[in-house]
Design a protein around this ligand. Structure first.
Ligand code: ATP
Ligand code: MG
Length: 570
């Protein structure tokens, strides 16, 4: 491709609303353009990256024997009524009616549609197991679309669905998919990690997420460096502390803490470490009754996924408003605590192991110190409602946890018979009995991977594409081509030769200053650049440089093929 024929200019600055680096760089490099909130056009360079990712995904899915199909993106509401999800899915589902006033939605996922195919086509256990997949546009009316194509409303997903006669067969395909995902992410050249994940409301006990590791990731993942344990922090269980504190015997006392509302301020005002203070949060109750109190150590963070599974807690998790807190405790949220509460209370294991702790006094501007379970308030049964922290032992007993940030790029689930039972997708087994097929589902965020790759691989000059998903592999930069016939000719020759040899090459044949060409080449993240100038031609050398290298190399033209092979390997 000749840059002179690409009518999309790179930009020095990104719009102010582009918060994360991948969003900024994708806009500046001319990969994407925003059409509406969370809805993006893919321009030529961006689309090449998407296509490369799709190709890797397709090759590895085909290798497992999965069958590609393409399902409609517009789906009849009737199917969603049958599965029960029309009412459950909430406002993320984009709904509309056709001219006959029939309900439709734009597919956020395709369990209903594929199960409809399965119930029509599959008759016998002899046709199983079978896995179908597609690469297709989804729409989810995300409450906060942000970070460009990383959390957009319209995006491309590869989704696959498997059908089985029994659970052992599902287990087998699940492992095949796990391995295929591992190969897919290895081939993209990204650093990633597979972790145990919450399977949410979808049901099914087992699920794994694949995360691209990047500091900007929305998810926290916990893993043992010296063991096998790896899980989303949402899910990772926090064990009760090995030791329970014993009190000094000092009496509980009420202390004025004017203006101190946060744990940091309370801890400073009382001269007590945050881990010796407890915080009490209130969430809405499932039955609209008084809010549920959650008691945690001051240095611990509430885990919403664990909390929402507790009996009596409303799903989705909602913090109680200040008015509700006031009527439950008589105080504002900054001064509340568990002593004397009459409503439902859950205490985290670590908070339950404290003695002589501090908490809000349920009176504005006051806290209690030297509080002890059993003596000053009933010792409640404790639960796990906090996030694990780095340095804690891994839940499986092997090694110590580290925490890293991750971007979820893939998610595999064992669904069980939720959809096949609801929609009547049955086959006959070898004894002639009708069986609802256990199912698996397997998603990959194709367009999110493009952004995640940039989050993980960039520097101050721009994108650094792993070569497997770079839009082009090589950029040829002629210097002062307008004045030098030799430079122009050599560049054209090299461009033609490399393209003939199967390389994906860009030629920056624009009449712009060398500095502009170098800057754009770095911004676009092209893995190798080859500079052609009069000096090199005179010396019989080519100037080459890999995107991650700090220096140029001058090589003889007939060494170029070796150099490229080395640089662009794997
Ligand atoms: P998230 O937790 O990030 O909202 P999810 O768990 O709802 O994602 P899945 O239903 O597991 O997503 O979808 C499969 C994959 O599709 C995800 O692993 C992710 O890579 C991708 N994906 C999901 N939502 C979006 C989105 N809004 N924008 C881009 N990609 C997405
Ligand atoms: Mg997911």
């Amino acid at each position: 491709m000749r840059l002179s024929s690409l009518p999309i200019a790179t930009q020095k600055e990104a719009p102010a609303d582009a918060e994360v680096i991948s969003h900024q760089l994708m806009l500046r490099a001319g990969m994407i353009r925003k059409l509406a909130a969370g809805i993006y056009s893919w321009l030529p360079l961006g689309l090449r990256v998407v296509r490369k990712i799709e190709t890797i995904v397709r090759e590895e899915m085909d290798r497992t024997g999965a069958l590609e199909l393409l399902l409609p993106s517009v789906q009849p509401g009737a199917l969603w009524h049958q599965s029960g999800r029309w009412d459950l899915y909430g406002p993320e589902l984009l709904r509309f009616t056709d001219r006959h006033k029939r309900d439709f939605c734009y597919g956020p996922t395709h369990e209903e549609v594929i199960t409809d195919i399965a119930r029509r086509e599959l008759r016998s256990y002899k046709q199983l197991p079978v896995t179908f997949y597609q690469v297709q546009t989804k729409f989810r009316d995300e409450i906060r679309p942000r970070f460009g194509v990383m959390r957009s409303r319209e995006f491309i997903m590869k989704d696959a669905y498997s059908f089985h006669i029994d659970e052992p067969s599902l287990d087998q395909t699940y492992q095949v998919m796990y391995d295929a995902y591992t190969r897919i992410f290895e081939r993209t050249g990204l650093r990633f990690r597979a972790v145990e994940a919450d399977s949410g409301a979808i049901g099914g006990a087992v699920s794994h997420e694949f995360h691209v590791l990047a500091d900007s990731g929305e998810d926290a993942i916990a893993f043992a460096d010296d063991g096998d344990y790896a899980a989303n922090v949402e899910l990772a269980p926090a064990a009760p502390p090995a030791q329970v504190q014993t009190g000094s015997g000092a009496a509980m006392e009420k202390v004025a803490t004017p203006g101190a509302e946060s744990i940091a301020a309370v801890s400073e005002s009382l001269g007590l470490a945050p881990r010796q203070c407890v915080k009490t949060l209130f969430v809405c109750a499932a039955d609209e009754g008084p809010p549920v109190a959650l008691v945690l150590r001051g240095d611990h963070e509430l885990n919403a996924v664990k909390t929402v599974k507790l009996p009596g807690v409303a799903e989705p998790l909602r913090m109680a408003g200040p008015k509700q807190v006031q009527s439950a405790t008589g105080a504002a949220p900054g001064s509340v605590g568990p002593v004397g509460l009459s409503g439902p209370v859950y205490v985290d294991h670590a908070a339950a192991a404290l003695a002589d702790f501090a908490c809000g006094a349920n009176e504005d501007g006051f806290h209690l110190v030297n509080v002890n379970w059993e003596r000053d308030l009933p010792r409640p049964q404790s639960v796990d409602i906090r996030n694990v922290l780095a340095g804690e032992p891994a839940p499986d007993g092997h090694g110590t946890l580290s925490i890293a940030r991750g971007i979820e790029v893939g998610h595999i689930f064992k669904l069980g018979t939720k959809y096949s039972a609801a929609l009547g997708a049955t086959v006959l087994d070898d004894s002639g009995a009708s069986i609802a097929m256990p199912m698996g589902c397997y998603g990959i965020g194709v367009t999110r991977i493009a952004a995640a790759a940039i989050e993980q691989n960039h520097d101050s000059a721009g994108i650094i594409w792993p070569q497997a998903i770079a839009p082009y592999q090589i950029m040829i930069i002629p210097l002062n081509q307008a004045k030098s016939d030799a430079v122009r000719e050599k560049s054209e020759q090299l461009y033609a030769r490399l393209a003939d040899n199967g390389y994906e090459v860009m030629l920056d044949d624009r009449d712009v200053r060398p500095g502009v060409k170098f800057a754009d080449c770095e911004l676009l993240g092209i893995p190798v650049r080859v500079v052609i100038g009069d000096r090199g031609i005179k010396n019989g050398t080519l100037e080459v440089r890999g995107r991650r290298d700090s220096d140029n190399e001058n090589i003889a033209p007939d060494e170029l093929d070796n150099y490229l092979e080395r640089k662009l390997a794997g």
